[in-house]
Ligand binder design. Structure first.
Ligand code: UD1
Length: 354
């Protein structure tokens, strides 16, 4: 019988990474995870293993900028392809710490490329972001929309895309599938995996979830004076399970042909902040108190994907709606009010492999 492919995931302990680990294990892949746990915890892995009834082959506490440590991981395993999630991702923080963002996101990516090249691994799925489009105006954005990053986080992702495109041009053995995520939210429907922000949540859905369970008094809605139907900003929210599934489908298409291929990952429908609040209220059954405050610097009016390219290429599209995203996020919040550090988790953590 043919050996299942071995996938190395950088940042495999993170929000999208952990859901992708579960999806890939479920589909028979062998996994190697590299993570420095800067914004995540190895406590997620026993849950991933419990959910899937399978083991992750190896988990390394390694910073991807550490070329020697990263190379040693490749020495020890026969890797077929890499999914590169590891990055800093908070837009606001990137304004304060631009050097850290460029170092981790760009330096980490070139360090990974070097290790891949040295070990003749030439297949990569790369996490990019819709934030590279910047303030692109109204209507669905396709992949030809010019990049106009407005903060160091977005600029670092755009720089990585350019590096990867150039590497693919000059080294034809490389295949890179670059996925531009819109707004992944939600959680695994089991309630075992979800988004665990450190400190005060910076993103909308995790904040709303903490208001719903009483940990925070009220949500601040950043601006109700946008040119939108209810005045609040519009985003394309995508279930994290669809996001994870898209990575599995991407791996199935790495052999389609060399070069760099860029795809939006979104639903193709925009939702306002007030619509998200209403959907969460329906999911949790109680009102979400909120107050309107001034706009958040750097926010744009609308970011909605044109998701047709990925459907044309792979026959894949997101299937889960906003109600699923809110119900699953709420279930995770209820079961894990303290993230992966709570009592239920300590039981599950026994037998962790990192
Ligand atoms: C940003 C990035 C995205 C990145 C994501 C994860 C941009 C354009 N997008 O998404 O690429 O992957 O962060 O870090 O930079 N909001 C409130 N109150 C809150 C929090 C958010 O009203 O407490 C509003 C925001 O103003 C925005 C919407 O909710 O309109 C979504 O915000 P958020 O969840 O932070 O994601 P983005 O900023 O869209």
């Amino acid at each position: 019988m043919k050996k299942p492919p071995t996938i190395l995931l950088t940042g495999g302990a993170g929000f999208i990474g952990s859901h992708t680990c579960a999806e890939l294990l479920h589909h028979g892949y062998e996994l190697i995870v590299v993570d420095n746990f800067a914004n995540s915890t190895p406590r997620v892995f026993p849950r991933v293993e419990r959910l899937t009834g399978r083991h992750i082959d190896a988990i390394y506490d390694v910073d991807i900028r550490d070329r020697h440590a990263l190379s040693a991981v490749f020495d020890r395993h026969s890797v077929d392809a890499v999914v590169h999630f590891a990055a800093r991702k908070a837009v606001g923080e990137s304004m304060q710490l631009p050097v850290e963002y460029y170092d981790t996101n760009i330096g980490g990516t070139t360090s990974l490329l070097r290790a891949m090249q040295e070990h003749r691994v030439h297949r990569l799925v790369f996490s990019s972001s819709c934030s590279i489009y910047g303030d692109a105006g109204r209507g669905p954005l396709d992949e030809t929309t010019p990049a106009r990053p407005t903060n160091p986080y977005a600029a670092s992702k755009w720089a990585c895309e350019q590096v990867l495109a150039d590497v693919c041009r000059r080294c034809p053995q490389f295949t890179v599938l670059c996925l531009r995520y819109f707004n992944p939210v939600g959680a695994h429907p089991s309630g075992l995996l979800g988004e665990v922000p450190r400190g005060t949540p910076g993103n909308l859905v995790p904040y709303v979830a903490q208001v719903a369970d009483g940990r925070r008094d009220r949500l601040s809605v950043f601006g109700a004076d946008y040119d939108t139907p209810d005045g609040t900003a519009i985003r394309d929210y995508l279930h994290v399970m669809d996001t994870a599934e898209a990575h599995r489908v991407a791996l199935e298409h790495l052999a389609d042909g060399p070069g760099m291929h860029v795809f939006n990952l979104g639903v193709g429908a925009g939702r306002t902040v007030l619509e998200v609040i209403a959907a969460f209220e329906a999911a949790c059954g109680s009102p979400i108190p909120y107050q309107v405050v001034p706009r958040r610097p750097g926010d744009v009016t609308e970011l909605v994907a044109d998701p047709t390219a990925v459907e044309r290429a792979w026959g894949w599209r997101a299937t889960r709606g906003l109600a699923d995203m809110c119900q699953d996020a709420w279930r995770f919040q209820q079961h894990n009010p303290h993230g992966y550090a709570g009592r239920a988790q300590q039981r599950a953590y026994q037998g962790a492999t990192p």
